[in-house]
Design a protein around this ligand. Sequence first.
Ligand SMILES: C[S@@+](CC[C@H](N)C(=O)[O-])C[C@H]1O[C@@H](n2cnc3c(N)ncnc32)[C@H](O)[C@@H]1O
Length: 123
Amino acid sequence: MQALQLSPGDTVVEIGCGTGLNFSLLHEAVGDRGKIIGVDLTPEMLQQAARRVEQHQWSNVELVPMDATRYEYPSRVDGVLSTFAITLIPEYDQVIRQSAQALSENKHFVILDLKFPENGRPG
Ligand SMILES: C[S@@+](CC[C@H](N)C(=O)[O-])C[C@H]1O[C@@H](n2cnc3c(N)ncnc32)[C@H](O)[C@@H]1O
């Protein structure tokens, strides 16, 4: 979250946001004046995310039910986050390219995910 280097008022997009587990920390970072956009392919995940948004009474969260490869970013994006989602997307390179193009200058795309071990063996 710190690596995103978000400031109050920023717009941040989360790719594969799932149930919105990251929204609390994102909301802390961008504040009420900022905006959080959660993109996810699975309606059931977004239903839970919507419940979370409602419980916290966040008015600055937009949930987008869509394949990340088809998502069209807004004109201003100050950060992109994806946790445990990008490796589930076969066209991950396309998503990374689109996100990089959408980001404003000197802004960050942060990925937390799984990778194969360097020696090719698990554990
Ligand atoms: C393991 S969950 C992680 C959820 C959340 N980022 C977290 O860390 O709690 C992976 C999420 O990626 C979403 N996902 C998978 N493929 C996707 C795609 N092509 N476009 C958008 N979301 C996708 C799934 O629906 C799921 O909600």
